[in-house]
Design a protein around this ligand. Structure first.
Ligand SMILES: *[C@@H]1O[C@H](CO)[C@@H](O)[C@H](O)[C@H]1NC(C)=O
Length: 240
């Protein structure tokens, strides 16, 4: 995710703008009377339109509309990263989408996590955390570790990995909490130790300590008390 290159195929537009523009402006002083000039003019405008559409696309979709950026997961928990694997989190046969709201009863048991990383020989580490503990307005226990599984192979599910810290059902007592899944690619099959406690876990430090590199995929949902309604997480959930 988050700006992954993006200018691989913009050469055509640049060429059209430059050539069209140069030819058009060099011949604009005599009256615009040949088909040649008209074609150049059209090519120029067409290139310009493509270029601005692309700039608009890159700016609005890859930056500000990225759910992890809007939900401040990138920022509070992660640095911007390039998505290099796909991860599906499935509770009771329903796939979790970014920013959706799930009740604690729905997430009481561990989900099925499916990974597709385009390399069947590597192993993955999955971290599930709550960065809004004990409450989003005063997250003094950020991050609360909910689940830690290592040595997951793709096409299998997280449940076939090595469960280092057992699954704990999200149980937000105050406010709307973001529950975040972060996937790392391991460079080798490695030993990762369970931290001494779940609170004040730090995904960035964890990744650095075990030399996991940047995340390859991430996803989050919102969770609040079973019969809670509304709340302050308006940015993340898209409500006001
Ligand atoms: C969640 O958002 C991230 C970042 O844009 C994206 O890579 C991922 O595919 C999304 N996942 C789902 C299930 O929507």
């Amino acid at each position: 995710m988050v700006v992954s290159g993006g200018d691989r195929d913009s050469n055509v537009e640049r060429y059209l703008v430059m050539v069209g523009g140069a030819l058009y402006w060099s011949k604009v002083s005599p009256p615009l009377n040949t088909t040649y000039q008209i074609i150049n003019c059209i090519a120029f405008l067409f290139g310009l339109a493509l270029l601005s559409w692309k700039l608009f696309f890159v700016a609005s979709f890859t930056m500000s509309r990225d759910p992890l950026v809007v939900g401040r997961v990138v920022g509070d928990v992660l640095d911007p990263f390039i998505r290099a694997a796909s991860m599906s989190v499935i509770y009771n046969n329903k796939e979790v989408t970014n920013g959706s709201e799930l009740k604690p009863s729905v997430v009481a048991r561990e989900p099925r996590v499916e990974i597709e990383g385009y390399d069947t020989r590597t192993y993955y580490t999955l971290v599930m955390i709550d960065p809004d503990a004990p409450s989003p307005s005063n997250p003094t226990k950020r991050e609360h570790l909910l689940w830690l599984v290592t040595d997951i192979q793709e096409k299998t599910t997280a449940n076939y990995g090595n469960e280092v810290v057992s699954y704990e059902s999200p149980n937000p007592t105050a406010g709307i909490h973001r529950i975040v899944f972060v996937l790392f690619r391991q460079s080798i099959r490695q030993t990762i130790y369970a931290p001494g406690w779940r609170q004040n876990f730090n995904t960035r430090d964890f990744a650095q300590y075990y030399d996991l590199g940047p995340p390859v995929a991430a996803l989050y949902f919102n969770c609040q008390r079973e019969n809670g309604c509304g709340g302050r997480r308006s940015v993340a959930s898209g409500r006001n």
